[in-house]
Design a protein around this ligand. Structure first.
Ligand code: IVH
Length: 407
């Protein structure tokens, strides 16, 4: 081996070790080494890079917080539009979804791929010859924003595709969702509160706010994670025949997919998985608002096609929100340890999903204005996942109100 290739091999090894520990720390919230050991490895890599800048690897974590703050994001038109999904909310609607499919595909065996429905932000990632070149938000489905700089700071996302088993495509466009895992969200809010900075109402808002930071250094400091759920383009064609295989194939390159996914032989089995996932929801590392049911076979998907902006071959099966109505008795200002003032809505106590709720934080004055919440309002309070309690004003048809339980 030449000296260069030895150095590069050392760098690659360090990058892989660091990526593994990052995943354990940020995504699984189960650190596998001490912080000091991590720092040591990180500095070892940095020292090598300083000495041999010509060997620096494109996916090094040391330049994650590099990059300049942008004046604004550029618009990018999606080559393959990012469409939406129809919804079902109960068994009857689910079975009707299956019947419509069976009618279009008579006498065919239909299997369903069942995935978590991530409650985050949809993005699209472009890899050219295995290098991540672009990350774009969904936007309106036709045009999104170029958030490449921020996407590159997401730790569990491969910046360079490598695999011992699979040939690297010349073009790969992967679709998925950016989320802030619950553990990271709670840590971020606790840290922000201690510093007297603004806290986020829920992981979705935190992820959205982080991804739209013009300064990639801020995005880099946020514990974001990416979960893949589909392939929009692949050249040369991957030759896969099912949705479930596609997800498995993506994991070869280091993409994370949902903690749960299943292939079901019947729609009855899909219903069983719905009940199972709903019960396991509090134990998952990320927020979900339901599951997504897709016809597994890609040829059948093609045969079914789309109805306006939604595929006929997939639907979201949403979880019910456990809700209860109550009234806002007062809005108080709570003084924090650092002297910050936080508005808190005092509610007529109400039982929701096993807890009695009498206070919810309104976070800040901006939130009060945005939500237009007032004393005397009737609100519907519901538990969203196990993150907290959200309220939804039912006084008028104003926008949905998001609150988190005051602790
Ligand atoms: S597949 C043709 N799979 O749900 C659309 N979407 O309501 C195919 N979502 O904007 C989408 N988890 O961001 C798919 N496992 C999953 C998903 C998922 C969350 C989001 C997605 C989309 C929205 C549609």
């Amino acid at each position: 081996m030449t000296q260069d290739s030895t150095i590069k091999a050392q760098m690659r090894q360090l990058i892989q070790i660091l990526a593994k520990h990052n995943h354990a720390y940020y995504v699984m919230d189960q650190p596998t080494i001490e912080d000091s050991e991590y720092d040591q490895l990180f500095h070892q890599l940095k020292a090598l890079e300083q000495q041999y800048p010509e060997c620096i690897q494109a996916d090094t974590p040391t330049n994650k917080v590099g990059g300049q703050a942008l004046p604004k994001f550029d618009s990018i038109t999606h080559v393959v539009p990012m469409l939406s999904l129809g919804n079902v909310f109960n068994q009857e609607d689910l079975f009707a979804f299956a019947r419509r499919i069976e009618e279009r595909l008579p006498n065919q065996k239909i299997q369903y791929d069942v995935e978590l429905k991530f409650d985050g932000l949809a993005i699209s990632l472009w890899y050219e010859n295995g290098i991540l070149v672009r990350g774009v938000t969904r936007g309106d489905g036709e045009t999104g924003e170029d958030i490449t700089q921020n996407v590159k700071t997401i730790r569990n996302l491969p910046k360079v595709l490598s695999s011992d088993l699979v040939k690297i495509p010349t073009l790969l466009e992967v679709r998925g969702e950016v989320l802030m895992p619950k553990a990271g969200f709670e840590k971020l809010n606790a840290e922000n509160e201690a510093k007297g900075e603004k806290t986020f109402a829920n992981p979705r808002n935190a992820a959205a706010g982080s991804l739209r930071q013009l300064d990639p250094a801020v995005a880099a400091s946020r514990p974001l994670a990416f979960y893949a759920y589909g392939i929009a383009q692949c050249e040369p064609n991957h030759g896969l025949t099912s949705m479930s295989e596609s997800l498995q194939w993506l994991t070869n390159f280091g993409f994370a997919v949902g903690e749960r996914h299943f292939v079901c032989d019947s729609i009855q089995e899909v219903q069983e998985k719905y009940e199972q996932i709903n019960a396991e929801r509090p134990n998952l590392s990320v927020e979900i608002d339901g599951m997504v049911v897709k016809v597994d076979d890609l040829k059948q998907q093609q045969q079914l096609g789309f109805l306006s902006r939604e595929p006929r071959w997939a639907t979201a099966y949403k979880f019910p929100a456990v809700a209860a109505l109550t009234t806002v008795e007062n809005i108080d200002w709570q003084v924090g340890r650092t002297g910050t003032l936080t508005p808190v809505a005092r509610l007529n106590p109400v039982a929701v999903g096993g807890v009695t709720v009498s206070n919810v934080t309104l976070h800040n004055i901006g939130e009060i204005h945005r939500l237009d919440v007032r004393v005397g309002d009737t609100v519907s309070v519901y538990r969203s996942g196990d993150v907290g309690v959200t309220m939804n004003s039912s006084v008028s048809s104003r926008t949905q109100l998001d609150f988190q339980m005051a602790v």
